[in-house]
Design a protein around this ligand. Structure first.
Ligand code: KG4
Ligand code: ZN
Length: 334
């Protein structure tokens, strides 16, 4: 098992990526071609533009991943690909490439859930220990997931409206900051103080669900009212206030989930894991509570194929394979 060679393919959004992982823990290559420059001028990811770019890049990126890993296609044990969730047109490019390769080589095909990938990114740093709770925070997801063993996921809660990364991006847009807005808010917030009063959506007592659209609307109203009154907004303070309101809920619900389920470890996953304040807050709170915390290194926070290959490894070992009828699923449940 520790010699299994898995080729991973990821095209769910605006990164075209391929990777080779050995034994589920050793990253031999992780080639990522970002389309950020293309989408930046539109202020967000344009789905059809993303698909077209994936088509151009995917074959070369796979070739490069094999080359960098110094592995021949014949040596690969299985091909793992992101089946969903994500932009359907973008997903289809990766799925089609993976199916063509599986057909041509006769290798098994492993359909991977994107969120499973984000969680398993941490496994490349230090093996995950079970049971665990994962806080998954990205542009498309905000979820608390319980895992009692490899490849078994149980959702404790999710966002009822906007994902937290989406809220960061929308608030950044209100402040006329460039896309993607998350890192911009992070940077501004570090220079400000949380002086504006914004709501925290705790929802019903005991719920592990989230809601961020009210917070985003509150920021919008605050800006609107200030401009009506001719008052100036201190953007650094507003960014700090927004970020604190979002993180308060994320951090406290995660800690409560760990305590209530009695797990050993909290695992952070997804693009918003790159947020500096979130990383610091979680480190502090987990230290106080005596909880073991796994935080992915920055290069593994964003979308990449290595995480898909890792998740694919454990799915392969469980025999969860796909046939050549595999289709992408934009709303694939975990
Ligand atoms: O996981 P990811 O790369 O793609 C999705 O699967 O959605 O996450 C992208 C999201 C974007 O919303 C981006 O603004 C956010 O992660 N993000 C951040 C930071 N870096 C990226 N949000 C807050 N602070 C950051 N430093
Ligand atoms: Zn992602």
């Amino acid at each position: 098992n520790n010699q299994l060679l898995i080729l991973g393919i990821e095209t769910s959004c605006d990164e075209t990526s391929a990777a080779v992982v050995r034994g589920g823990t050793e990253c031999l290559s992780n080639v990522i071609s970002s389309q950020m420059d293309v989408h930046k001028k539109f202020g967000g990811v344009v789905p059809e533009v993303a698909s077209r770019r994936h088509v151009e890049r995917i074959t070369l990126i796979i070739q490069k991943a094999l080359e960098e890993a110094k592995v021949k296609m014949e040596e690969i044990d299985a091909i793992a690909v992101t089946q969903g969730p994500g932009l359907v047109g973008a997903l289809l490019i990766g799925v089609t490439a993976a199916k063509a390769l599986a057909y041509a080589t006769g290798k098994p095909l492993v359909p991977v859930h994107h969120i499973a990938g984000h969680i398993y990114a941490n496994h490349l740093v230090e093996p995950l220990t079970f049971p665990l709770v994962a806080l998954v925070v990205s542009g498309g997801h905000t979820e608390l997931i319980h895992m009692d063993r490899h490849n078994h996921f149980r959702r404790l809660g999710k966002t009822r409206d906007d994902a937290v990364g989406e809220a960061f991006d929308k608030v950044a847009r209100l402040m006329k900051l460039p896309y993607p807005g998350g890192p911009q808010i992070d940077r501004l917030a570090a220079q400000g103080e949380p002086t504006y009063d914004l709501p925290r959506a705790w929802l019903e007592p005991g719920s592990f669900d989230f809601s961020f659209s009210g917070l985003k609307s509150a920021v919008m109203n605050l800006m609107h009212n200030a401009s009506q009154r001719g008052e100036e907004i201190r953007y650094v303070d507003l960014a700090a206030s927004f970020q604190e309101a979002a993180l308060d809920v994320l951090v406290e619900k995660s800690i409560r989930a760990v305590k209530e389920t009695g797990v050993d470890q909290l695992v952070l996953a997804g693009g918003v894991s790159a947020n500096s304040a979130l990383r610091i807050r979680l480190l502090e709170r987990c230290k106080e509570e005596g909880i073991r915390l796994a935080i992915p290194p920055l290069e593994l926070c964003t979308d990449n194929a290595a995480m898909i290959a890792v998740a694919g490894t454990y799915q392969f070992l469980d025999g969860e394979l796909a046939d050549l009828e595999l289709n992408a699923d934009a709303n694939l449940p975990l």
